[in-house]
Design a protein around this ligand. Structure first.
Ligand SMILES: [Zn+2]
Length: 111
């Protein structure tokens, strides 16, 4: 539905979202289960937690292909303690701060 007036378009979009809120939410739930949905969700969470890396696509590749903890070398994602984590230096907030891919135990220990 083309609108010449951007305000009218905005109003139309807003009403469409309100009318179709359940459909949109369902679509978003389904999207998060897809490979690209999982990826964008992971990257969004990392950014929110202050993880800074020069290439998030690359970080996601490294993350998904890492099978063992960089510290203790345990097999990742076997239980809650071995849950895969991106370890980053919390003191660095304006530059790259990713250190390793670790299990939850090693990540907690490192702080
Ligand atoms: Zn570990």
């Amino acid at each position: 539905m083309p609108y010449k007036d951007p305000e009218k378009k905005k109003e139309y979009d807003r009403e469409y979202r309100l009318k179709n809120i359940e459909k949109i939410k369902e679509y978003e739930r389904e999207y998060r289960k897809t490979p690209s949905g999982k990826k964008s969700n992971a990257i969004r969470k990392w950014r929110h937690r202050g993880i800074i890396f020069y290439d998030y696509d690359l970080l996601y590749d490294i993350y998904t292909h890492t099978t063992h903890c960089d510290e203790c070398e345990c097999l990742l994602n076997q239980c809650d303690r071995s849950r895969k984590c991106v370890d980053h230096d919390h003191s660095i907030t304006d530059d790259e701060n990713v250190r390793n891919i670790l299990c939850l135990s090693c990540n907690v220990e490192r702080g």
